[in-house]
Design a protein around this ligand. Structure first.
Ligand SMILES: Cc1cc2nc3c(=O)[nH]c(=O)nc-3n(C[C@H](O)[C@H](O)[C@H](O)COP(=O)(O)O)c2cc1C
Length: 310
């Protein structure tokens, strides 16, 4: 048993009480466009997480990217499918938010951007109707919002100029729906759509200072979910801890000991895990008992069906 584990100490996230700081990171698993009994089982088995952030979920048909069989929150059947998931997680004592995703596959004109912001709001309202405890705006990776933020990705001809405006407008609008809202950023993102992630990439000062300015402006959010560098580096989070005194969730490459260190030192309030939760639905128990972790078989990441998923 881990005595005095910082990771297993309860914490409040606004008015939500999390019994531990072990967060399940969003993981796209391509198990269907409409959440089914399979999704319910998957999330229910992980309900002991301090917080589940459900997989990237399309806000509208226009938001859909290259991944097939990804759920949305724009059709009634998706709302009721998710309701079954959230009811089960809540019945088991868990908390569950959902990541709102727009792939940004094609540049948008100004009227389309206005419509897209409205789509975020509709999806957030649907998330509430589906019983979610809040939404996470995906501003990470190579997707729509990150395309305006990260100089490595800026190649757009949209009416909005590159910069934080799109994200800030989306956040304002979604906060206006009364939802609990978190945001996910990846300032250290290395890959574009066509190049693989580079573990040695160090972002330049221009990139980092853009993100610094943005992070300083995120004070009304439930949390900031920060994906660290591809090559694990706890120190990378120090910069953001100084800029953001809200609830900070650290991610990317953490194990039990490094996560303990992050929370114990105050660098993060919680740590999220993707691959460990894929392979270990009982991750919180394994951490508590200091048990060995199983390793996920990547072959099942996006295959559909129960194998390697439940
Ligand atoms: C199968 C798989 C699916 C993922 N899907 C998403 C997603 O939907 N949204 C997202 O922001 N990140 C996604 N990620 C990234 C993870 O949330 C996380 O940032 C990454 O795996 C590093 O965390 P880890 O070291 O705990 O696995 C995914 C990762 C994996 C392995």
């Amino acid at each position: 048993m881990s005595q005095g584990s910082a990771l297993l100490r309860p914490v409040t996230l606004g008015d939500l009480v999390l019994p531990n700081r072990v967060v399940m990171a969003p993981t796209t698993r391509c198990r269907g466009c409409v959440p089914s009994e399979l999704h319910a089982l998957h999330y229910a088995r992980r309900a002991a997480a301090g917080l589940i952030i459900a997989e990237g979920t399309w806000i509208s048909p226009q938001a859909i990217g290259a991944y097939p069989n990804v759920p949305g929150l724009f059709a009634e059947e998706q709302v009721s499918g998710w309701r079954r998931v959230t009811d089960l997680v809540h019945a088991l004592g868990g908390r569950i938010m959902v990541q709102l995703w727009h792939a940004g596959a094609t540049p948008l004109t100004l009227p389309e951007i206005t419509a897209t912001i409205a789509d975020y709001c509709t999806a957030a309202r649907n998330a509430r109707r589906a019983g979610f405890d809040g939404v996470e705006i995906a501003a990470n990776g190579t997707y729509l919002i990150a395309q305006f933020l990260n100089p490595r990705l800026i190649r757009r001809t949209d009416a909005y100029r590159a910069g934080p405006r799109l994200l800030l407008d989306v956040l304002d609008a979604v906060l206006g729906t009364g939802c609990r809202v978190g945001v996910r950023l990846s300032p250290y993102w290395t890959a574009t759509d066509s190049t693989p992630a580079c573990p040695d990439y160090v972002p330049d000062e221009e990139t980092l200072s853009r993100y610094d300015d943005l992070v300083r402006r995120l004070d009304s959010l439930a949390y900031l979910h920060l994906r660290g560098p591809t090559r694990f580096d706890l120190d990378a989070f120090t910069r953001y801890r100084k800029l953001f005194d809200g609830f900070l969730i650290a991610n990317n490459g953490f194990g039990r000991e490094s996560a303990e260190a992050a929370v114990e030192s105050g660098l993060a309030d919680a740590v999220s895990f993707a691959r460990h939760f894929i392979a270990n639905p009982d991750l919180v128990t394994r951490f508590a008992l200091d048990q060995e972790l199983s390793v996920a078989d990547k072959a099942f990441n996006y295959t559909g069906g129960p194998a390697g998923y439940v």
